[in-house]
Design a protein around this ligand. Structure first.
Ligand SMILES: [Fe+2]
Length: 481
């Protein structure tokens, strides 16, 4: 049967987030403004796309689509664009069958029986360059490596056979000071298991340290945070059960009766060194940064909300490692910025830092519904630069425009710079009027001045999941393939 998305509740027949389903190359993209010469490298972004029609009760987040990577290569003010699907075993099996074979999000009971022994990764959430591999990630499976320039798929990667967990989260952390990647898997012995596996992977791409321990309950563990001394593993109140899966539902449901639990593991520690801290139920997927204070406490900053539908805020959780008896963490609100995706200058990850860059929705800014359609309540209309050392100060602001919505941004260091925040913000702006996508580049120290350059694409990219930037001097020599 031919593909037909009409009538599916996730995809209105027209609209910005209908599946795109194509691969593309654009040599020398159209650029409005001037791309600074001190930007040289690759900007990557991931979207969940849909080659085939998913079940009608699919998780409406769209997080069960096929991994689709865009690469913008920057050099001498010129930009080359490429977009490719990750050619996972899952996608190829579905192409062979000409239909969707995998069921709803992370529920193997709803899969076609024929895919039981086929790797189920959609490789659709994030991508990290480390140890000579560009890894595309989804948290219920192992990474899939792709070529950093051509985006051709290389295959499943298990770190020379030394990564034993069955899954790796899409949010490992790269420590810029050591070059190490701190990675982890949860449900690490298969669906619904309460095992967590923590890995430190050297900059050579080889496993250097492995720790296995148990979660207090099986909740979502989408992200972690690191300091110079510790790894923090938050378990939040979105949980699951075999009964739920047998009913044919997507994996997760919110349960506000559960506490937030944060496991703190010394980076060189073992399972017996893990300490769990408890807090009220919080709805979050992503964390921003964590820092060791001189007095022995740890602070962790994150966008989070108190319930499933509450607006997000940037909050700070404090863990007192000096006390052997205190098993709760304290919380304070740093900023009311309501975006759920906050980024920073990743060179300062785990270190004392100052700036948080977050997409925010300010309802007082103009939205032109006559031109942009009925999307006004959902637009992310500005990037904010929040000073976490002076959060009461006025944040820097970049307003995207009256029919635009911003996706996650990456911080791009100015070539040769060292100081925190000396660089640019780069992110996709969805234009709801023209149904096209732009890549906007803003000076991270002068957001109010607007976009320095806008890379114009003659088509739309769906709302994406995550983005990352890697400078040319960390990548192999560019080849278009
Ligand atoms: Fe994420």
């Amino acid at each position: 049967m031919a593909v037909d998305f009409r009538g599916h509740p996730m995809f209105p027949s027209t609209g910005f987030n209908a599946p795109t389903r194509f691969e593309a190359d654009i040599y020398d993209c159209e650029v409005w403004g001037r791309v600074p010469a001190d930007i040289e490298g690759n900007f990557y972004r991931m979207q969940c796309d849909f080659q085939y029609r998913p079940p009608e009760n699919e998780w409406p987040t769209g997080f069960n689509g096929d991994g689709h990577v865009s690469r913008f290569h920057f050099r001498d003010g010129n930009v080359n664009f490429r977009a490719r699907y990750v050619k996972t075993a899952r996608l190829l099996a579905e192409r062979a069958a000409h239909r969707r074979l995998y069921g709803v999000y992370r529920n193997h009971y709803t899969d076609d029986p024929g895919v039981k022994n086929i790797d189920r990764s959609a490789a659709n959430t994030h991508m990290y360059w480390h140890g000579g591999k560009l890894l595309t990630l989804k948290e219920d499976a192992l990474p899939w490596a792709i070529d950093p320039h051509t985006l051709e798929t290389e295959g499943v990667w298990d770190f020379h056979g030394k990564y034993k967990a069955t899954s790796m989260s899409a949010h490992p952390k790269i420590d810029a000071q050591t070059g190490e990647m701190i990675a982890y898997g949860y449900q690490a012995k298969g669906d619904l298991t309460d095992d967590i596996a923590s890995y430190i992977i050297g900059k050579d791409g080889r496993v250097a340290h492995e720790v296995w321990f148990k979660a207090p309950y099986v909740g979502i563990m989408h992200d972690i945070a690191i300091t110079k001394k510790y790894i923090l593993f938050p378990v939040v109140a979105r949980t699951t059960s075999d009964e739920r899966l047998k009913k044919g539902e997507p994996m997760w449901e919110w349960n506000g009766d559960l506490p937030t639990m944060v496991g703190v593991l010394p980076r060189d520690g073992s399972a017996r060194d893990v300490r769990w801290f408890r807090g009220p139920a919080r709805n979050t997927l992503h964390f921003l940064n964590a820092v060791d204070l001189p007095d022995g406490r740890i602070v962790m900053d994150l966008p989070t909300s108190s319930g499933e539908r509450d607006p997000s805020q940037i909050r700070r959780w404090t863990f007192d490692m000096r006390s052997r008896t205190k098993d709760t963490f304290d919380e304070e609100v740093i900023s009311t910025a309501n975006g759920v995706l906050a980024r920073m200058d990743d060179r300062y990850l785990g270190c004392d830092y100052r700036y948080c860059y977050v997409g925010n929705r300010d309802p007082s800014l103009p939205y032109d519904q006559a031109r942009g359609g009925n999307m006004g309540g959902r637009v992310t209309n500005q990037y904010l630069r929040v000073d976490v050392r002076n959060p009461k100060g006025e944040p820097g602001k970049y307003f995207a425009g009256p029919v635009q919505s911003l996706q996650e941004c990456a911080f791009v260091p100015r070539k040769g710079s060292r100081g925190e925040g000396d660089g640019y913000l780069m992110g996709i702006a969805s234009n709801y009027e023209s149904l096209t996508s732009d890549l906007v580049i803003v000076d991270a120290q002068r957001l109010e001045e607007g976009a320095i350059a806008t890379v114009k694409l003659p088509f739309r990219l769906r709302s994406g999941t995550h983005v990352n930037w890697y400078p040319a001097n960390e990548l192999p020599p560019f080849r278009a393939g």
